[in-house]
Design a protein around this ligand. Structure first.
Ligand SMILES: NC(=O)c1ccc[n+]([C@@H]2O[C@H](COP(=O)([O-])OP(=O)(O)OC[C@H]3O[C@@H](n4cnc5c(N)ncnc54)[C@H](OP(=O)(O)O)[C@@H]3O)[C@@H](O)[C@H]2O)c1
Length: 342
């Protein structure tokens, strides 16, 4: 099969399409013909070998042999089921998350049937299904499971135009919160269209200096700091960031000290979240924002774009032609976003 492979950490050009052996399924595995996958900011960082502590998993000097194909999100069709698999059948359309096993930027993917894999929402394309996996499930994990967000609370989403951020805005609305998004001028319209009640343009104003107190501050891109955001939290509010080891020290400190808390964590097991996300998508409650779509052959270009730090929503890689996506290939910057599924 063909896969995007990298053998050393570095710029996007370290990636190349190669012919590699097909994966072999065990009795509890399924094989998936990948139709669409994505390039996330997390994988662009892995390709660069960042953060440095991540090399404990990735490999110290160069990527480990089994981690040379990136890709954590996928959507595709089951082509083989192991003899112990009861959950899926050949021909099922699925979507899911590979986690630390990565490997989804390839034509065929081996997945444990008990892993983070579920039936794809029927109302959307493979590209859209791949683009809703990590961002939406991470937003759900932080807002619902960590912050226990509920109706009437005020929430601030920093990085509201990114992958996690676009879903966080919509999920926070879904939970009945009053939502403020933080983004730059060019993304104000997008964030408003996703349902934010208020938008703070970070190029013109500081959210912490506006005299508004939030029950939850969710920094999806790790650009803020608790020390700065604390002034904008209610007495029992919480601050969460998706990145930054230092946050874990703040978690312990704020728990001991009382007052506003810092919460941290990693959304890794998405098995339970995926059917919930599929339902929200099918009910038209979650819009999937796709910025650009590239064929697998242009994976280097896709990484270059993600490295810019300016992507809006998600960057998708397609592996098989989908007629409805033709016009999105090479979409100009500023990107397309899917209409709400009906
Ligand atoms: N903890 C976990 O479980 C977990 C899970 C998944 C991902 N992550 C991490 O989460 C991070 C975010 O991922 P993502 O894919 O959602 O990000 P992303 O899509 O790459 O974010 C890009 C967006 O960030 C915005 N941005 C850049 N600087 C900003 C600033 N100072 N203030 C507000 N917005 C800003 C950009 O908008 P502008 O152009 O308008 O600036 C752009 O639209 C990654 O570092 C990833 O590793 C953590």
């Amino acid at each position: 099969m063909r896969a995007a492979v990298y053998r050393r950490f570095g710029p996007p050009e370290v990636l190349a399409l190669e012919q590699v052996p097909d994966p072999v399924a065990g009795p509890k595995d399924v094989l998936v013909a990948v139709r669409a996958t994505t390039v996330t900011s997390a994988e662009a960082a892995m390709r660069r070998g960042e953060p440095i502590w991540g090399r404990v998993i990735l490999g110290f000097v160069r990527p480990r042999q089994r981690m040379r194909t990136l890709g954590i999100e996928f959507a595709g069709v089951v082509t083989h089921v192991g003899e112990a698999v009861r959950e899926f059948a050949v021909g099922d359309e699925v979507f899911g998350f590979t986690g630390f096993a990565i490997g989804a930027n390839a034509e065929i993917l081996r997945m444990p049937a008990q892993g983070s894999i579920a039936r794809k929402p029927v109302s959307v394309s493979f590209a859209e299904a791949a683009a809703v996996v990590d961002g939406a499930s991470t937003a759900l994990y932080f807002l619902r499971d960590k912050a226990r967000l509920h109706a009437g609370q005020k929430v601030l989403v920093i990085g509201a135009s990114g992958s996690i951020g676009t879903y966080a805005i919509q999920l926070a609305r879904h939970f009945g919160a009053e939502v403020t998004g933080v983004c730059s001028t060019s993304n104000v319209e997008l964030v408003t269209s996703l349902g934010a009640h208020h938008v703070v343009d970070y190029t013109r104003a500081d959210f912490a200096a506006q005299g508004v107190r939030y029950d939850v501050i969710f920094d999806t891109v790790g650009r803020s700091h608790f020390r700065h955001g604390r002034a904008a939290l209610t007495e029992h509010g919480c601050y969460m960031a998706t990145t930054g080891l230092a946050n874990y020290l703040w978690v312990a400190w704020t728990r001991l000290r009382g007052g506003p808390r810092v919460l941290a964590g990693m959304s890794v097991d998405k098995r339970a979240a995926l059917p919930c996300i599929a339902r929200l998508v099918e009910n038209g409650e979650l819009r999937i924002v796709i910025d650009r779509v590239y064929p697998l052959e242009e994976i280097v270009e896709a990484h270059r774009y993600v490295d810019s730090g300016r992507k809006r929503g998600n960057v998708v890689i397609t592996l098989a032609p989908e007629p409805d996506l033709g016009e999105r290939v090479d979409a100009p910057t500023g990107g397309a976003s899917s209409p709400p599924p009906t």
